[in-house]
Ligand binder design. Structure first.
Ligand code: A3P
Length: 320
């Protein structure tokens, strides 16, 4: 069966080896600090809390996977760097030749090695899929700005399922197995409800420093979100820029249509997990729509996930 919990014994002094591990997604996941992490990334992520040196002016894009991370990275990068990479010479913009994922490093992961992050000038634009509880507490005490992005859970699940099957070189996961695991909280960086709630509560406590966004609101009002994001990142669009339509150009450059049609995003890609995964950049651009879950999940599955969401978020003020 694709879902299995390993129960290896006799690991003497290796605390990692006794952590619960499950198979079923494209690579095994290990439960650490109540978060399911890809086992091959576990030790790197475990170091973040202790070794990542946050700075007061860090900007951290924190997302639950499949919520539009690629999009948010593109938008934030373009907004904060618009004085270096203007739209006058748009053909030289880094987004045209690099996948957005590679323009904003993931803290502690490939491309975001902790020593390398030390060398970056301030203010740093960084990203993470880790729950807040796995980041150092200085992120909160120093007042780092966080932009959090999540997504309606049924759509996030369908996006996850498609993506995992696209990047897996080995066996694919059937929808029912994936759904069961997702509802049990066992998905990369899950349980998703813990992830959403940790950042939601932080945004209520530090509203000036934590901006809580949903994928759906960027889809329905991209220009408003781009303006709000620029204000939040302390680089608001000037009246002159708005008159020239710079904010609209950001929306256009980062749109699904624009990014997904670029050669780098159609044909580029990267291997991960010692060659067990191939992340073709095109797999980061599937549909870019809301409500696609109805085309894949039964009514029963939809209702089950809705009930779970209602149950987990009850009393928090967070609704989907
Ligand atoms: P779908 O699978 O529903 O199409 P992430 O970047 O966190 O992995 O999220 C991927 C999801 O965001 C995918 O959703 C992808 O299509 C969508 N996406 C990526 N770039 C986008 C963009 N520029 N505009 C809108 N959606 C985008």
């Amino acid at each position: 069966t694709p879902v299995a919990i390993s129960s290896e014994t006799n690991h003497d002094n290796n605390p990692i080896a006794i952590l619960p591990t499950r198979e079923g997604w494209s690579t095994p996941l290990t439960l650490y600090n109540n978060c399911w992490l890809r086992s091959h990334m576990l030790t790197k992520f475990m170091l973040v809390k202790e070794k990542f040196k946050s700075r007061h002016d860090d900007i951290i894009l924190a997302t639950h996977p499949k919520s539009g991370t690629t999009w948010l990275k593109a938008l934030a990068f373009t907004i904060v760097n618009r004085s270096y990479y203007s739209f006058v010479n748009v053909d030289q913009h880094p987004l045209l030749t690099q996948n957005p994922q590679n323009l904003v490093p993931f803290i502690g992961a490939q491309g975001g090695d902790l020593d390398y992050l030390e060398t970056l000038p301030s203010p740093r634009l960084l990203a993470t899929h880790l729950p807040l509880s796995m980041l150092p507490s200085t992120v909160t005490t120093m007042g780092c700005r966080i932009v959090y992005l999540c997504r309606e859970p049924k759509d996030a699940f369908i996006s996850r399922w498609h993506f995992d099957n696209k990047i897996a070189k080995g066996a694919k996961t059937d929808l029912n197995t994936a759904f069961t695991m997702f509802c049990e909280g066992c998905s990369p960086f899950g349980p998703f409800w813990e992830h959403y709630l940790q950042y939601w509560k932080e945004s209520l406590q530090r509203p000036q420093e934590v901006l809580f966004l949903r994928y759906e609101e960027i889809v329905s009002c991209p220009l408003k979100v781009v303006r709000d994001l620029a204000k939040f990142l302390q680089v608001p669009f000037t009246e002159e820029e708005e008159r020239r339509g710079v904010d609209q150009e950001v929306v256009g450059l980062c749109s699904f249509k624009s990014l997904s049609n670029l050669d780098i995003n159609k044909n580029g890609g990267v291997e991960r997990a010692e060659g067990k995964l191939f992340i073709g950049y095109s797999s980061l651009f599937r549909q870019g729509k809301t409500g696609d879950w109805v085309n894949h999940m039964s009514k029963d599955m939809g209702e089950k996930l809705d009930r779970l969401v209602e149950d987990k978020f009850r009393g928090s003020g967070l609704k989907f």
